[in-house]
Ligand binder design. Structure first.
Ligand SMILES: [Zn+2]
Length: 117
């Protein structure tokens, strides 16, 4: 993969991740505001627990989306620094095939399959 193509893919990823973070944050704010308005009893009102569940789910999605965004920004930084495509753990080239499948990969396949070591 040439650098131009890599940058395009990573930039697209970052833009999509950013849009997702914004959308989920807005949805979460809406649900939170709606539940504050309605005076629902989270513990005993069945509708209240649904709202709480929805909120927890959105919060989890938001955390995940933020992580994707961070990963995308990180990959762009590594690309700018000439470090993109190198395993952050052992330093070997991650390999085009793996990068094509997982553009945000930080580690080579060997290190990724043994995260504990
Ligand atoms: Zn490695």
């Amino acid at each position: 993969m040439d650098e131009h193509e890599v940058r395009r893919i990573l930039t697209e990823h970052r833009t999509a991740a950013h849009a997702r973070v914004t959308a989920i944050a807005a949805e979460l704010a809406e649900v939170t505001a709606a539940s504050a308005d309605s005076n629902l009893d989270d513990e005993h009102d069945p509708e209240g627990s649904t709202v709480a569940f929805e909120r927890a789910q959105l919060a989890a999605l938001l955390a995940q989306a933020r992580e994707h965004l961070r990963d995308g920004e990180d990959a762009l930084r590594r690309l700018a620094a000439g470090q993109y495509g190198r395993c952050e753990r052992c330093g070997v080239a991650i390999g085009d095939e793996r990068l094509a499948a997982v553009p945000l990969a930080r580690r080579c396949i060997a290190c990724a399959s043994h995260p504990g070591r």
